[in-house]
Design a protein around this ligand. Structure first.
Ligand SMILES: [Zn+2]
Length: 316
């Protein structure tokens, strides 16, 4: 396929996209068999809630996510496979909307309702630099009830060679931790289930975009290394202001991912996992994932308390 064949309309930046999005999902339902099957499968996924010290996360067994959970993201594996975010490799029926230089595509393997994959229309590497403005504006355009996600190339993006956001219904448990009346502009740190993350609040889109970039830069000073600092971001626009959950990361996959079969839990945390929806693809991982295992998984991939304190200090 080509982008001209895939994209049925242009979604104008700066406008409420909800009516167009409703039409897009209706079109996918009518004309894209793979999406319809994936969406039906979402209603059949097994979900359990686990609690730790008054906080909860969800565990979901979702076989459709196998490609993402088990994705080989080393450069040799990436170079050897056809890019699934380039239109020449799309399945029949794929449809979408143009938005700026990106494409809003219904995700045929959803984790939550209204899951979109949002690639660049050019094959270019996953990088947040120069993209935080798009991230915030898209969250604003998609409207209340939706969230836009960025996964870094070394911590959750299964196509590190092709830039993409995702978006979905804003239902993750981490959002339940936010106060009803947050400081705007302002920021709040959270520690829950062994995770340490930061919520940024701002009513000015450009200011929020700049603060997300500053948070990544600050994390890069705490854990310097080659390439983009490891992290995930989830942005929601609601009640006249934007909220960005920033998850600084130490590692892509937890020790449990690499454990021997009897102890293995196949989970590859990206933004939705960090926000409290842990996705596994097999029944054994689902059974093993209790509160203690979840805490260990989050501790493996999140900053240490000392690193997180130093990170916050950078932003004051
Ligand atoms: Zn590509």
């Amino acid at each position: 396929m080509t982008w001209d064949e895939v994209l049925t309309a242009t979604a104008p930046s700066g406008h409420d996209l909800r009516p167009l999005l409703d039409l897009l999902f209706a079109q996918a339902q009518d004309t894209w068999p793979l999406w319809r099957a994936g969406h039906d499968a979402l209603h059949a996924v097994k979900v359990k809630a686990i609690s730790d010290r008054g906080h909860r996360v969800l565990v979901q067994t979702n076989p459709g996510r196998s490609r993402s959970v088990h994705a080989a993201v080393d450069p040799a594996s990436i170079a050897a496979r056809p890019c699934f975010l380039c239109p020449e490799n799309f399945p029949p029926g794929e449809c979408g909307l143009a938005w700026r230089d990106l494409a809003l595509l219904p995700n045929p393997h959803p984790i939550v309702e209204r899951h979109l994959t949002i690639p660049s229309r050019a094959h270019e590497p996953q990088a947040l630099a120069g993209r935080t403005g798009d991230l915030v504006q898209l969250a604003r355009d998609l409207g209340e009830g939706m969230a836009v996600i960025y996964n870094g190339p070394r911590c959750g993006a299964s196509a590190p060679d092709h830039f993409h956001f995702q978006a979905c219904a804003a239902t993750a448990p981490a959002l339940e931790l936010l106060p009803h009346d947050p400081p705007v502009p302002g920021m709040l740190p959270f520690s829950s289930f062994g995770r340490h993350f930061l919520a940024l609040f701002d009513a000015e889109p450009a200011a929020l975009a700049a603060r997300i970039a500053a948070a990544f830069a600050a994390w890069g000073r705490i854990r310097p290394g080659a390439g983009e600092p490891l992290g995930n971001v989830l942005v929601r626009w609601q009640a006249g202001h934007g909220t960005a959950l920033c998850f600084p990361r130490r590692a892509h996959r937890p020790a449990a991912f690499f454990a021997h079969s009897a102890r293995r839990i196949a989970v590859s945390p990206a933004a939705l996992e960090m926000a409290g929806i842990l996705v596994v693809t097999d029944a054994e991982s689902f059974e093993r994932l209790d509160a203690r295992a979840a805490r260990t998984i989050y501790e493996d991939v999140s900053p240490t308390p000392q690193e997180f304190a130093a990170f916050l200090e950078q932003l004051l």
